[in-house]
Ligand binder design. Structure first.
Ligand code: TRH
Length: 362
């Protein structure tokens, strides 16, 4: 069933809100043939992810109420984005079209399974808001994963395209070097980690996208390196790279030995790379992010070295000993990451579940 949908997105900060909304819009269009309008208050951010001429996604600046030529079957508010007044009025008196879905933030916490799919009838006008919770279980809303993703990953691994991709980025791995990507929040203990690598035994090349870890780089090297310039200390080599399109960022994650990721969307892309990763959750008041991290670590259950490293990376523990254990354990941890990725890939993806969810209610 090909449907028309509108996704509403208001950017709180960073890139995740726009990144998830764009990724979902693109997949509903490419994999399911839906006619999708993305209404977003920061449309200029989408250029960073790489426009895809094949994805027939119509992008509309906020508020976009009532200007669409198509009557939508589905209205998706990403991360609690409230429909603008004219669209909100059209939801009154449900159930009827459009079906109203609130796409929530991803969490590994157990409670989301019980809340996923629930509806809330608004006392004022009878509109029904459906809550869709992404997650790691079959009872949740699942994880975003495009239909062709894992085939594209398999075709890329070890191919001439992979070598050319890295060369185009100016990345040439030196003998014995571990290739690492770093995407983190400003409060990650980057300086302590750099110190440990610089003084360690194994050489590391750390690729840092622009506008990431600026302060830490300046503090460690005395000045933030310009794009593509490499800085060295001891066993550490740091190289700045541009902010890549979504597809190229996937290729980067597939090419590295270890990926540091954050927030929501880069975290899940690191899962689909099937490579080791360290996750930093979005920092929240009252240490709520530590609860989210622990819920994920409980599910992943990859052992003490992984737990200590991710906790230390989020400020709960000393970085140097955590990195020493993780560094030593890393070669043996690869099957755990690969297996976890494969187990999750055995579940249906978020967009498939969303399509079924809407079809059941229309
Ligand atoms: O930018 P983020 O910190 O976004 C966050 C989270 O979504 C968080 O949960 C939310 O509460 C907050 O925003 C408001 O991290 P995230 O989620 O990984 O989003 C980054 C996006 O940028 C993702 O779509 C991947 C993309 N990206 C690229 O396309 N190219 C790149 O080079 C990099 C580094 C990222």
């Amino acid at each position: 069933m090909s449907l028309a949908a509108r996704i509403l997105c208001r950017v709180v900060d960073n890139f995740g809100d726009a990144g998830v909304a764009w990724r979902l819009a693109r997949q509903l269009s490419l994999d399911f043939g839906w006619r999708v309008t993305l209404t977003i208050d920061r449309p200029e951010l989408l250029a960073r992810f790489g426009a895809d001429p094949q994805a027939a996604v119509r992008v509309e600046p906020w508020p976009g109420d009532g200007r669409s030529p198509v009557a939508e079957d589905v209205l998706i508010g990403a991360f609690g984005a409230e429909p603008p007044p004219a669209l909100r009025a059209a939801l009154a008196g449900g159930p009827r079209r459009p079906i109203w879905v609130n796409l929530e933030y991803l969490s590994a916490e157990n409670w989301i399974d019980g809340c996923h799919g629930m509806g809330s009838t608004k006392p004022g006008d009878g509109a029904i808001e459906h809550f869709f919770y992404p997650g790691f279980t079959v009872n949740s809303g699942g994880l975003l994963r495009e239909r062709s993703l894992l085939d594209r990953r398999a075709a890329f691994a070890g191919s001439p395209q992979q070598r050319d991709f890295l060369l185009d980025l100016g990345v040439a791995r030196e003998p014995g070097e571990r290739l690492v990507t770093l995407f983190c929040y400003p409060d990650a203990p980057v300086g302590a980690w750099f110190e440990a690598i610089a003084a360690g035994e194994r050489p590391h090349c750390v690729l840092v996208p622009e506008a990431t870890a600026e302060t830490a780089l300046a503090a460690f090297f005395g000045a933030a390196p310009a794009t593509c310039a490499a800085l060295r200390r001891g066993r550490l080599r740091v190289q700045r790279i541009p902010f890549l399109s979504h597809d190229d960022y996937d290729r980067l994650l597939w090419s590295a030995d270890l990926n540091f990721v954050r927030g929501e969307d880069s975290w899940i892309r690191a899962h689909w790379a099937g490579r080791p990763f360290v996750w930093q959750p979005y920092v929240q008041a009252g240490q709520a992010h530590h609860v989210k991290l622990q819920a994920f670590l409980d599910r992943f259950a990859a052992g003490a070295a992984v737990d200590a490293m991710m906790r230390a990376w989020s400020g709960a523990g000393a970085l140097a000993p955590a990195w020493a254990s993780y560094d030593a354990a890393l070669p043996g941890l690869e099957p755990a990451y690969r297996g976890w990725s494969a187990r999750l890939a055995g579940q249906t993806d978020l967009a498939t579940r969303l399509v079924e969810f809407c079809a059941d209610r229309l």
